[in-house]
Write a protein that binds this ligand. Structure first.
Ligand code: ADP
Ligand code: MG
Length: 701
């Protein structure tokens, strides 16, 4: 048995009780588990501070002195321990809120200690909450003068003898047991040489006990690379296997439908980006593999028509196609525009959603099964079991991030034994680093160009005292024949309150824009679908001037004549949502505006979000900013996946390492798909041991 697989309780200083604590609190079961639990930061313990020189900005300090007093105050949960610590330059208060009982017994008044903690100011008085205390002359005191690791911990661990310094002692004990042979190399020697990496053993040793910044960097670089590289290797392997295993329908010809549409119907010239993406898709569809492609394109970049043209390729080859959208409104809009596009081409397009019932529904389902319907457009009603195609060749999902993984996976089963080609479209720009990870096994196409003639949307930030001017501006735009959106946030926890907001907002707007001169639509999630559609339709047809809505209009709605987007309580929206909302205007030839209303008081993050929106219209830039502000775990659609739970890599910072890792992984697999060459044996061994975690991920779409 490898030493690393030894149960953690056998480590010197652990034993059964602490072993169980490590299991429960941190999920550490073996030596390896402890080893893989990296410090989350390091403290410079190479120097001592003097109490007389401390101030509230001193941050983390190490002090040497004598504990002068110790007393506990308060009762029960309010109980805390107060101490006074003194060196030759002055004294400072120490305070503990947990572990009081234990500390009271462990600490000794009059004894000399080396302490470490963060200086805090409370009512003008300096103190140090929860300092680490180490008797100055005891064993382990050398540790005070190094770069010391700090591990993620819990109150329980801290109070039950596994505090920061105990954890350090355990790591030391572990490394006394380990030899280089226990931690074999997992990268090919040529890569280790190429990047001047430390060996794997050294990297792990140095991540826990670096002598200085330089050693720490070297260890970090290697471990980050390793983590990203093996994930990419695994994802790319899955993709290759899928391509080998699943035969795709071959769409050989570009036929009558496609050509006639292109020549007779397409009302504009495609952008270069649209053409490029169509070529990429065409190549997939003709190659005998099953396409599994993500199409990314900023709002308004023209994804719908690309989707339609792909469906026409399917039709030209005798297959059916479908397009699924996340909301009734959007699905309806796709249905309308696509029906119009293909008018006169002898193509039967049908619409299906939960609202299509009874005889109508039965008719559609039968025609679909017979193959009389060529294109089916709808909501998630499409994935119900009762919906059966004769031969579905292409399934498109619009705004894919709105669907769950399982919902999307169901489309795969609509044409067994072979799944249809799959195209998922999204306007939520995902930073490249995330896309490479989340969709590492998907092919990605990007429309990175807007149709010509669009004017950049002008975005401004306004507060309540500008209200009258904003209303005046709306009036001017409406007088020019334009339409206006006013959007309110709707967050589930406070749904009732938000609806009230919306209702009050609606009434305020009505007072400013009274009928019959002005007409207003109102749409929110609690309305019946039919009412929603009615209101929406009036706005689409230009019968109403203002659309007051919650974020139900966020996705995909297209009204080119709308030129003003007013967003209320902007601080309550996330960046990607704001960007989506703004994308509802600027769809026609007119200059468009986005007005971000907010309160005066804003959190730092709220202010940064608004500033980002004002600064740029570029969805990818916004996505990058979002990633930096919120971290990868919070980007829409990534939460459940767990794939982003890295030990050490950080996608918001390690884009370059990821890029290198991905390119290398690709090159290696192109060269040696089964990793059979001797120099790749370490890779193969390591993947077999640790790669299983990623199983099943291939069917994200
Ligand atoms: P999105 O990518 O956000 O789904 P849409 O497909 O709704 O964008 O397209 C937005 C608008 O741009 C539509 O009105 C569409 O007709 C128009 N459009 C798409 N491609 C072009 C193009 N190449 N030239 C001009 N207009 C285009
Ligand atoms: Mg769209």
């Amino acid at each position: 048995m490898n030493t690393l697989d030894t149960p953690i309780s056998y480590l010197k200083g652990v034993g059964p009780r602490r072993g169980e604590l490590l299991n429960k609190e941190l999920g550490i079961y073996t030596f390896d588990g402890l080893l893989q639990h990296y410090p989350y930061r390091y403290v410079d313990k190479t120097m001592f501070h003097r109490i007389g020189e401390l101030n509230e900005n001193s941050g983390e300090v190490q002090l040497k002195g004598v504990l002068r007093r110790l007393s506990s105050v308060g009762e029960g949960r309010k109980r805390r321990l107060l101490g006074v610590f003194r060196d030759e330059t002055g004294a400072i208060d120490l305070v503990w809120f947990t572990g009081v009982h234990w500390l009271e017994k462990a600490l000794e008044v009059g004894k000399e200690y080396v302490i470490f903690g963060r200086v805090n100011a409370f009512k003008g008085q300096l103190n140090i909450p929860h300092p680490e205390m180490e008797p100055a002359r005891e064993e382990g005191a050398q540790a005070e003068t190094t770069f010391a690791p700090v591990y993620p911990s819990t109150d329980k661990l801290n109070t039950q003898g596994l505090d920061a310094k105990a954890r350090r002692r355990l790591m030391k004990a572990l490394f006394e047991k380990l030899e280089p042979a226990d931690i074999p190399e997992n990268l090919p020697a040529y890569l280790v040489r190429k990047f001047h990496f430390p060996s794997r053993f050294d990297a792990l040793r140095l991540i826990h006990f670096p002598k200085d910044e330089k050693e720490l960097q070297a260890a970090r670089n290697r471990l980050k690379f390793e983590e990203l590289f093996f994930l990419q290797l695994r994802l790319l392997q899955i993709r290759r296997r899928r391509k080998d295993a699943i035969r795709g329908f071959v769409f050989e010809t570009i036929g009558e439908y496609f050509n006639r549409f292109y020549k007779e119907k397409l009302p504009f010239e495609l952008t270069e980006a649209q053409k490029r993406v169509l070529r990429e898709i065409r190549r997939d569809l003709g190659a005998g593999i099953q396409m599994n492609r993500l199409l990314q394109g900023d709002v308004g970049s023209g994804k719908t028509v690309v989707g339609l043209m792909c469906m026409l390729m399917a039709l030209d080859n005798g297959y059916q196609a479908c397009m699924m959208a996340p909301t009734e409104i959007l699905a309806q809009q796709h249905y309308n525009s696509i029906s119009q596009y293909v008018e006169g081409l002898d193509i039967r397009v049908a619409f299906l959603s939960g609202t299509v019932k009874g005889k109508k529904r039965k008719e559609i389902l039968e025609a679909l099964k017979e193959g009389d319907i060529h294109i089916l457009i709808g909501t998630h009603a499409l994935i119900e079991d009762s919906v059966q195609f004769k031969n579905l060749g292409l399934a498109i999902t619009d705004e894919q991030h709105r669907f769950g993984v399982e919902q999307r996976a169901k489309l795969w089963k609509k044409s067994l034994p072979n799944p249809p080609h799959v195209l998922v479209m999204t306007a939520t720009p995902i930073p490249r680093t995330l896309a490479m990870t989340l969709y590492g096994d998907l092919d990605v196409s990007v429309i990175d160009e807007l149709p010509p003639g669009r004017k950049e949307i002008q975005t401004v930030h306004r507060t309540e005292n500008h209200r009258l001017r904003v209303i005046g501006f709306m009036r001017e735009e409406i007088a020019k024949g334009r339409q206006v959106y006013v959007v309110y946030p709707l967050i589930e926890e406070s749904e009732k309150l938000d609806l009230l907001n919306l209702q009050e907002g609606y009434e305020a707007i009505r007072r400013e824009f009274p009928p019959p001169g002005y007409q207003i639509s109102i749409v929110h999630g609690k309305m019946k679908a039919a009412d929603k559609d009615f209101e929406m339709q009036r706005f689409v047809e230009g019968k109403t001037h203002i659309m007051v809505a919650t974020t139900v209009i966020e996705v995909g709605v297209n009204v080119p004549n709308a030129s003003v987007m007013v967003i209320e309580n902007t601080e309550r929206f996330g960046l990607s949502q704001l960007h989506q909302l703004r994308g509802r205007v600027g769809r026609g030839a007119e200059q468009s505006y986005c007005i971000l209303m907010s309160g005066f008081k804003l959190s730092t993050e709220g202010r940064q979000r608004i500033q980002t929106m004002v600064r740029t219209n570029n969805g990818f830039e916004i996505a990058e900013a979002d990633l930096k502000l919120r971290g990868p775990g919070n980007i829409e659609g990534t939460q459940q996946s767990g794939i982003l739970d890295f030990r050490i890599a950080d996608l918001s910072k390690d884009g370059r390492i990821l890029q290198t890792a991905r390119e290398l992984a690709m090159r290696i697999l192109d060269d040696d798909p089964r990793l059979e060459r001797p120099e790749h044996h370490p890779l193969k061994w390591f993947l077999e041991k640790h790669g299983k975690k990623l199983k099943g991920w291939s069917r994200i779409s």
